[in-house]
Design a protein around this ligand. Structure first.
Ligand SMILES: Cc1cc2nc3c(=O)[nH]c(=O)nc-3n(C[C@H](O)[C@H](O)[C@H](O)COP(=O)(O)OP(=O)(O)OC[C@H]3O[C@@H](n4cnc5c(N)ncnc54)[C@H](O)[C@@H]3O)c2cc1C
Length: 368
């Protein structure tokens, strides 16, 4: 029996690849492996309606579970892939199981950045918003009158602030940059959302750095700022961005020398391995950046749309047909009553090397 196309990571990118694969009536079997216990779901509603309790979990799922069975897509959830063995065309799971692949698609996405333990990052009451599990854990704690401190004035911090105010929490938000949304939006946009949130009672402190979180034993009590000021808090949301999950690819020997070769964006290169590649099967790494055209130099932003567009490139690579790059432009929306729409400059997605593996990770490890 032919080994399947194995997809590691059951997120938006994986779902979009599978949809495309099914639409093309590709005969090759597919096995989807994800470490979360759910089929692929949309993350954008997590920090909005799902946190607010206005959206049922089933509505998050991109396809109902039975759809995958109907399309003959193999599923393995609650399963983490820990290693790739390119020589043997197989992956190893956390439980030590070995799974063979014909082609391997890495859709491992990103993880929320956390505060280090040394400044209180692991105290009870400190959380991030990335997964269904995160929201299910924190939503019951969003109770009227409680004090929520949000570290980070980006999209997720502001969306959570809007939800928390609606539920009656007292919300303070810290942003170390001069203005909220500085990384992704023009000053006028920051002004608009600052006014909007302040009008709803969010205390916003810009140009303000956290020194450490304070606890009594393991329990969160508040935060100390670099200025020495103390802010009381029952809950702390850390919304300081996401890091790409590229460890798996980095740890695999002989995957690719250099993933991204674009000289224009040379400083965004990811180096995977310096060892040579055996070109036994088709392989590509896909460059998936969306560049915010309002920024000089342009910066990376992580948008679901990029994950969707990537499928075109990845399916072509897995089918062995020629075209290896595509472009993306993205639309992004925000919560509260305002909407942000930014169109990125088209981003080249450059597959680079050959060795049997395709990556659909829509972020770079260091971009600034
Ligand atoms: C709260 C929130 C709100 C957002 N709001 C917006 C928005 O309004 N607009 C917008 O454009 N974008 C938004 N985004 C970003 C958008 O959700 C992401 O761009 C999109 O989810 C990327 O999809 P992905 O499939 O590449 O990665 P992910 O969604 O991160 O999925 C990757 C999956 O791979 C799994 N995985 C990782 N490593 C392994 C492994 N070794 N073995 C097995 N499984 C593994 C992970 O557990 C995860 O389930 C938001 C994100 C969050 C978290």
């Amino acid at each position: 029996m032919t080994a399947p196309i194995v997809i590691v990571g059951a997120g938006q990118a994986a779902a979009s690849f599978i949809s495309r694969h099914v639409a093309l009536a590709s005969p090759q079997p597919v096995l989807l492996i994800g470490e979360e216990p759910h089929p692929p779901y949309q993350r954008p509603p997590l920090s909005k309606k799902y946190l607010l309790g206005e959206l049922e979990r089933e509505r998050l799922f991109i396809r109902p579970l039975q759809w995958y069975g109907e399309q003959n897509i193999g599923l393995r959830f609650d399963t983490r892939v820990d290693a790739i063995e390119p020589d043997h065309h197989r992956v190893l799971t956390g439980s030590g199981e070995s799974i063979e692949y014909d082609k391997l698609l890495l859709c491992t996405g990103s993880s929320a950045r956390r505060l280090p333990d040394s400044i209180g990052g692991s105290l009870d009451g400190v959380f991030t918003l990335r997964s269904i599990a995160d929201i299910d854990h924190v939503a019951p704690q969003f109770q009227a009158g409680r004090k929520l401190l949000i570290v980070g004035g980006g999209y997720i911090g502001l969306e959570a602030a809007a939800v928390a105010r609606k539920l009656g929490l007292e919300v303070t938000l810290l942003e170390m940059a001069e203005r909220i949304l500085q990384r992704v939006a023009a000053p006028e946009t920051s002004d608009f959302f600052r006014d909007l949130h302040q009008g709803h009672g969010v205390q916003i402190h810009e140009s303000t750095r956290l020194a450490r979180l304070l606890g009594e034993g393991a329990k969160l009590r508040g935060a100390e700022l670099e200025s020495g000021a103390i802010i009381e808090a029952d809950l702390v949301l850390v919304g300081i961005g996401a890091s790409p999950n590229i460890k798996l690819a980095q740890n695999a020997d002989r995957i690719a020398k250099t993933v991204f070769t674009s000289t224009r964006f040379a400083r965004h290169r990811i180096r995977i391995s310096t060892r040579p590649v055996t070109a036994a099967a088709l392989i590509a790494m896909v460059k998936l950046f969306a560049w915010n055209q309002y920024k000089t130099p342009p910066i990376r932003v992580i948008w679901w749309h990029v994950a969707l567009r990537a499928k075109m490139c990845a399916t072509r690579r897995c089918r062995g047909s020629g075209q290896t790059s595509t472009t993306a432009s993205c639309k992004l929306s925000d919560s509260t009553r305002g909407t942000i729409t930014l169109w990125s400059a088209p981003a080249p997605m450059t597959p680079v090397d050959r060795s049997g593996i395709t990556a659909m990770t829509n972020c770079s490890p260091s971009t600034r």
